[in-house]
Write a protein that binds this ligand. Structure first.
Ligand code: 4AD
Ligand code: MG
Length: 464
């Protein structure tokens, strides 16, 4: 007996086959004509499979008529052309087995629509909702495209460490793994300090970025990318920040900032193009219920060239905009979300790459420009989300790098291996980081980043 997913059983090509389908009940409707309709979903697609359960089933009265939302079942029967509208096929069941009941008094996902805030309280059950299922299928498509894009382009996937001693962004936003405090350190059974469980008594943190380690591999293997979890101990309770998020970071030797911008643009276009092509059913849901402009926005990305603008021009534009911003703009200040949104949404109406930022607001590793005031940084901003990519050409000159470290209060000896890369066969190189969750937000229109990752970690919600 062939097992089919709901997605496969909904195809016209399945008509005439006798198959088994397993999934969770969304609704049950009883007809006076002696049968019940059960809407079944298994996560393979947005649409449900309509199962027609006739009263001839041995367990029709005892079980079928007791099915409620959330029950898990296996149905066997013939796939037939559906009489009613809305779906091409339905399953005419000749056997229905109940794997698991779901108490209707307590099962939280009832037919009425719940707010996303409410759904976060049921983090283990929200994947059974249409919205979360659609988010996860888009997220999966993006992950697959990320690997495909870089693999096809000759980038090697390099796994950089999660536990690390370096602070890539120099912002001190690292979660500590170790206590280094005998009074609070883990203990062995014998009662002594168990330094092994305190990362061997060394100071260590969760990585904020795989970039520095990625640079070592790019400066040997040419083109690499990392893709993994990243941690930020910033106490930002916003709809765009997570304490744990996923980042993809390409790094390429012999790339300058223009090459880096070209790569970022090609990369985003590819991701968006794949989602538009392969996630049309899910995108239609987002476009109808979440953000009526999401498909148009994505189509625009795929078609038009990204505007590229120096930071200095962006500041001038903001100053002359006549807008009342909460945070004042002036050359040398970091741009706030409201400024980024003005530029992409009101001024350009599409993605923008800002580059050549003031050196004082950017990390030590970015290449200093000839003007001595700016560095070869780039941020890609998109409507709705703001910054989606941050990157730069790296400082490859030994003397400039060590001076920049000292300027930022970083001891070059603590980063000796990183400095060594400039000492032995230094090479021009560049890279960037794309936040996966911000990309999922952008492609779905979901307003809150907590709703595009399976189990969000934020200052207000770190458990579970
Ligand atoms: O701009 P960021 O901090 O850049 C870096 O970490 C560089 N080392 C990347 C590189 O050049 N290899 O972060 C890169 C991207 C941001 O543009 C944003 O999309 C995402 O990572 N990001 C976050 N996403 C969710 N929650 C947070 N707290 C994030 N912080 C950054
Ligand atoms: Mg950034």
């Amino acid at each position: 007996m062939e097992k089919l997913s709901v997605k496969a059983a909904r195809q016209e090509s399945a008509i005439g086959q006798t198959v088994t389908v397993e999934g969770w009940v969304r609704t049950r409707r009883d007809s006076k004509a002696g049968f019940s309709f059960i809407e079944l979903n298994d996560g393979s697609c947005l649409g449900n499979l309509q199962v027609l359960a006739p009263q001839e089933l041995a367990n029709y009265e005892s079980e079928v008529k007791r099915l409620t939302a959330g029950c898990c079942v296996r149905c066997r029967g013939e796939v037939v052309a559906s009489q009613g509208g809305g779906q091409a096929t339905e399953l005419k069941a000749d056997e229905l087995h109940v794997y698991g009941w779901a108490e209707p008094e307590t099962y939280p996902l009832q037919k009425k629509r719940h707010s996303f805030e409410k759904l976060r309280e049921w983090g283990h059950l929200r994947p059974r909702t249409n919205a979360m299922g659609a988010v996860m299928r888009v997220r999966n498509r993006l992950c697959r495209s990320i690997h495909e894009f870089f693999q096809e382009d000759g980038f090697l996937n390099v796994q950089t460490p999660i536990i690390t001693t370096s602070d890539c962004e120099g912002a001190g936003e690292m979660f500590r793994v170790t206590t280094l405090d005998p009074a609070n350190a883990p203990r062995t059974e014998a009662g002594g300090v168990d330094w092994a469980r305190d990362f061997f008594g060394r100071e260590a943190h969760l990585t904020v970025s795989g970039q520095l380690e990625g640079e070592a591999y790019a400066c040997a293997l040419g083109r690499i990318y990392t893709f993994g979890p990243t941690f930020r101990a910033e106490n930002s309770n916003t709809s765009r920040h997570l304490a744990e998020f996923w980042m993809v970071e390409p790094e390429a030797a012999f790339f300058d900032l223009d090459d880096n911008m070209d790569l970022a643009e090609r990369f985003l276009k590819r991701l968006v193009g794949d989602v538009l092509r392969d996630c049309d059913e899910d995108l239609a849901l987002f476009n109808q219920h979440i953000d009526k402009t999401v498909i148009a926005r994505l189509e625009k990305i795929a078609e038009s060239a990204f505007v590229r603008m120096p930071y200095t021009d962006a500041v001038a534009l903001l100053e002359q905009s006549g807008e009342k911003f909460e945070f004042p703009v002036s050359w040398g200040a970091d741009l706030q979300a409201e400024h980024e949104r003005y530029i992409t949404e009101k001024h350009v109406g599409g993605p923008v790459v800002l580059y050549d930022y003031p050196r004082s607001i950017k990390p030590f590793y970015m290449r200093v420009n000839d003007d001595d005031k700016t560095v070869r940084a780039m941020d890609v901003l998109v409507p709705g989300v703001g910054e989606i990519i941050g990157g730069s050409q790296r400082e490859e000159r030994l003397d400039v790098l060590t001076a920049r470290m000292q300027e930022q209060g970083i001891e070059p000896d603590d980063y000796q291996w990183y400095v060594d890369l400039r000492r032995y066969g230094t090479a021009p190189h560049s890279g960037f980081g794309l936040g996966l969750e911000r990309m999922v937000q952008f492609t779905t229109g979901m307003a809150n980043i907590r709703d595009v990752i399976p189990f969000p970690r934020t200052p207000g919600h770190a458990g579970f």
